[in-house]
Every structure is written in C-alpha cells, then in structure tokens.
Design a protein around this ligand. Structure first.
Ligand code: DGL
Length: 275
C-alpha cells in the first residue's frame, strides 16, 4: 500500500459494545483530523463472561471486518479483548499497528501513584487473566495490585443507572468485597469500558485522596504517538469523519451509546454489519 493511501485510511476502533465509545471520544479529541470507524459487537456483548477462546474468535472476526473495510491502526477499546486477544490481533493486523487499553491504563495508574497499591475493577475475563496485574508489575516492581470482577456494573451502565441508591449500593458491595481486610487502595483503575460512566458514583464511595484512573485519554495519547512513529498521521486539516458500525440493535446502540459518546445519536447513524 502506498504511504499516501495508508495515511488517508481511518483508525479502526473495536469494542464488544457501546462502552468503547468513551475511547472513541478521547480519540476524537486527541486526533481531530483523523477519520474513525467504530465497530461494536453488540450481538455478542458481554465478552466479559465468555471463555478466552470465544473472546479471541469474536475479536479476530471483528478485526477482519475492519481490515476489509480498510484501516491503518486498530485500537482495541475493549479491556476484555485487550486482555485476552491482543497478541492474536497484532499477528492478524501485522505489519499495521494495534493498541490495547490495558497497558495505557496500567501506565496511567503507575504514573499517578508510583509504588502505590492499585485496585483494578474489571470484567471476570480480564480479572481471570491478570492482565492489569502483569502490566503494572512490569512497570513498577514496588506496586501492589488487587483485581476485582464487577460484572453488574456493565449492566448498570448499559441501563443508564449510573447514579442513585441502586448504583451506590452495588458499587459499595463490590468495593467492600474487593477490600476485605486490606487497607483502601491508592488508585482505583476503571478496567472496563463501561465504568467511566459510573465514575462519579465510584468516586463518592472511595476514601478521599484515592485516584481514579481510566485508560481512554492515555490510549488516545498512545495512538497519537504511534501515528507519528509509523508515519501514518493524516495529512488532512479538516475535521475527520466518524462511522459507527454495530452487529445488532441500532436503536439501543443509539440510546445507550449517546451517553458514552457524550452526545445524541440516532439509529440511522449506525450501520448494522454481519461478522
Ligand atoms: N467492553 C468490555 C470491557 O471493557 C465490557 C463489556 C463486556 O463484557 O463485553 O471489558
């Protein structure tokens, strides 16, 4: 592929559903001239409770569709897919680059609290694989890491119940279970695409001074650096386009996705695709 054509291609962003729109939003802010194509595998959400084998298969199929459409860089906005399938996706996309959200999130936490104790809130599959623990320990040997699966927070965010009594009670229950007899953490990492929507409610349940980290902004900064390193940054100076693809439920995608993207979406903004 000639380099001018490669630079003009969109960045592909993939998630199991609408949660990755928080990453898309950060990419739009960091890279306003880039075209972005987002694929949410809403037909098979949630990934977090599935086996690694199924998650990898789904992630590879979603990536294949984006590759066929033409992308220059893949951002895996899904924590679960990043934890399970990043190596497989890198092999499939090679020589084009792939970025996951786990390492940028781990790096943001380590920078915020060097040598600190970190609590990772994520899906079952992400916790089972210990991806955040490995990434943090690799960056900071003095850090300590606890990981806790919080599946119901995905449903709360999808339902739009991001505040109020029910959200608070469920968040408190997870935080109590995660802390058991341990002291309160220095940082809480939102290791799931959906949890930034519950950020305010989570912050209210934490000890004052606890840092809350989410990987969206750091991932966008890594993507920006990667475009420069690979010479793939767009030459354009006009605002880039956003294309939204989903595997099911355009109406629900628009309703729930609007909250994640921080704007209003219409079902006609979303193109349904088959993997
Ligand atoms: N996108 C997933 C993640 O970030 C959360 C939703 C799911 O389980 O598919 O881990």
């Amino acid at each position: 592929m000639n380099s001018e054509l490669a630079r003009s291609l969109p960045i592909g962003v993939f998630d199991s559903g609408v949660g990755g729109l928080t990453v898309l939003k950060a990419l739009r802010e960091a890279l306003p001239a880039e075209d972005l194509v987002y694929l949410g595998d809403t037909a098979r959400l949630p990934y977090g409770t599935k086996s690694p084998k199924s998650i990898e298969r789904y992630a590879c199929q979603a990536t294949r569709l984006l590759q066929e459409q033409g992308i220059k860089l893949l951002v895996v906005a899904c924590n679960t897919a990043s934890a399970v399938a990043l190596d497989a996706l890198k092999a499939q996309m090679s020589p084009l680059p792939v970025i996951g959200v786990v390492e940028p999130g781990a790096s943001a936490a380590v920078q915020a609290k060097p040598g600190g104790s970190h609590l990772v809130l994520a899906t079952e599959a992400t916790v089972r694989l210990g991806a955040y623990r490995r990434a943090i320990e690799h960056l900071d040997a003095a850090a300590s890491v606890r990981e806790h699966a919080c599946e119901m927070l995905v449903s709360l965010a999808e339902e739009g119940w991001t505040d109020g009594e029910i959200a608070t009670a469920i968040i408190r229950r997870y935080l109590d279970d995660a802390s058991a007899s341990a002291s309160s953490p220095d940082s809480v990492i939102l290791g799931c695409t959906h949890f930034p929507l519950l950020r305010d409610a989570i912050e209210r349940c934490l000890e004052p001074g606890t840092t809350v980290v989410d990987s969206a902004t750091t991932t966008a900064a890594v993507a920006s650096r990667m475009l420069d390193e690979t010479g793939l940054r767009s030459d354009g100076d006009t605002a880039g386009a956003i294309e939204l693809l989903a595997t099911d439920g355009a109406t629900r995608f628009a309703r729930v996705g609007g909250a994640f993207l921080g704007g209003k979406l219409d079902a006609s903004d979303i193109r349904l695709v088959d993997l």
